[in-house]
Design a protein around this ligand. Sequence first.
Ligand code: DOR
Ligand code: ZN
Length: 345
Amino acid sequence: MTDKLTIRRPDDWHLHFRDGDMMRDVVPYTARQFARAIVMPNLTPPITDTASAAAYRERIISAVPEGVQFTPLMTCYLTDNTDADDLARGAAQGVFTAAKLYPAGATTNSDNGVTDVSKLDPVLARMEAEGIVLCVHGEVTDDEIDVFDREAVFIERHLRRITRDFPGLKLVFEHITTSDAVEFVLAAGENVGATITPQHLHINRNAMLVGGIQPHNYCLPVAKREVHRLALRKAATSGNPKFFLGTDSAPHARHAKEAACGCAGIFNAPYALESYLSVFDEEGALDRFEGFASLHGPAFYGLPVNEDAITVERAEVTVPETLQAAGREIVPFHAGQTLGWRIAG
Ligand code: DOR
Ligand code: ZN
């Protein structure tokens, strides 16, 4: 039995840091494990241009603990009015690593997102030409579409067309939650990949709805049926380079989750690697963990792999019931549970 694993330092290819006090308090959790992270731009107001992304990047860097190496990779929030010249300039200057498509109203702080995906075509054409990665929140927002079907419908309505019309566009289907998404990504070209979160590997929708409503297991896209969870576990542990680590860690204060209209988002950053490792261990796929966590993401993004290594070992760690962030309680994913792996040293 493998009890210890040394792998290249991993990266998180999808993450929410927020800003201000919350950001200062959550950055260390990520920087403890990951060398880089793709930072989501859904602040209020969102990060829609190079100047605000560069300033946000500086604020994140100033929250990294002394002696820790961590590089935030910034994204541009696409809107109906995105300035493709500014996006291209920001990418050329190394400020933007990717741009994020939120359909307006799909999730937390997405109100300024794209109201009509087809209107984005000129920006997508420019991104394809410049080699800028498109990160997609793949859910339709129409009232008449059931929330559990929104990802599958997005594939049919938008992703098939985008990948056909922009065959060279690098596209990350973010935080996939369905077997439909797995199949779509597998059938698409090499330029199409996907991130998978820890929660979608661990929980199905029962974890949110059985035994009373469980707001800390609520995120978007919502966890689906068990068959979908199993398809995601198979994809993540398959060794296929199209699938890579992206936590979608999304901190919200406890009171904002435990509310009549609770926020979507699961705060998994504190024990993200431990959480993924337990899945790979259960699936007998520890030998494929380094690919998922440390190799496939850089290869997709065309970035070098990290030179330094981390060692993880089999040992019990109990996740606290609550943590403090921005002077408030926050409930982490796996609160009160014991995981079987920890980062050594
Ligand atoms: O659950 C989610 N929370 N999904 C998202 O897409 C956004 C995120 C957030 O920002 O809280
Ligand atoms: Zn997200």
